[in-house]
Write a protein that binds this ligand. Structure first.
Ligand SMILES: [Ca+2]
Ligand SMILES: [Ca+2]
Ligand SMILES: [Ca+2]
Ligand SMILES: [Ca+2]
Length: 174
């Protein structure tokens, strides 16, 4: 009996090629495999990376001054929609470079706020915002009536303003 049992096993392994009781199931699997092979045929065409961020549309030298006005949350989203972020002014050099882009007397949103913790200013990248008087306008930030979003004036100095204020903004390409 043992010999018979052993002799039966090899045929069982060959079952996929034989129209046995499980033939319908095997046929289905075979059809699926062939369909996948057909679908993969046009692999010649270039496939764009699924998670590729949008290009920094309309940026010049990593920055873009908005042509439209928006409140701070909307400005933040608008920058992100173009593949950038509200500008994060990491150095005095960058601060000077961005200031040079501002040609109007408007104030411009930048990427800092104290929305999470009042009077604790952080950039959108998580870095702490320096409180040096050389950066901030005189007496700022003063949270005057509830000001939690950061802006740059045409002088290049910073101020905290109401996040609902509608004004231009500066985006930075990461
Ligand atoms: Ca920056
Ligand atoms: Ca507040
Ligand atoms: Ca505040
Ligand atoms: Ca203020």
């Amino acid at each position: 009996m043992l010999a018979v049992g052993c002799s039966f096993k090899p045929p069982a392994e060959d079952r996929p090629g034989e129209p046995d009781a499980r033939a319908p199931v095997d046929d289905g699997a075979a059809f699926d495999a062939s369909e996948m092979a057909d679908a993969s045929t046009p692999l010649d065409a270039p496939t764009p990376p699924p998670d590729a961020p949008p290009a920094c549309v309309g940026y010049t030298n990593r920055y873009r001054v908005s042509s439209a006005n928006a409140d701070w949350p909307t400005a933040k989203l608008a920058c992100e929609a173009t593949g950038g972020h509200l500008v994060v002014l990491e150095t005095q050099t960058e601060n000077t470079a961005v200031r040079a882009l501002l040609t109007s007397t408007f104030r411009f949103w930048v990427g800092m706020s104290d929305l999470t913790t009042e009077d604790t200013w952080v950039w959108l990248n998580g870095a702490a915002v320096p409180r040096n008087a050389e950066y901030w306008d005189a007496g700022q930030p003063n949270d005057n009536g509830g000001e939690d979003c950061g802006e740059m004036s045409n002088s290049g100095d910073w101020n905290d303003d109401k996040c609902s204020a509608v004004q231009p903004y500066v985006c930075e390409c990461p």
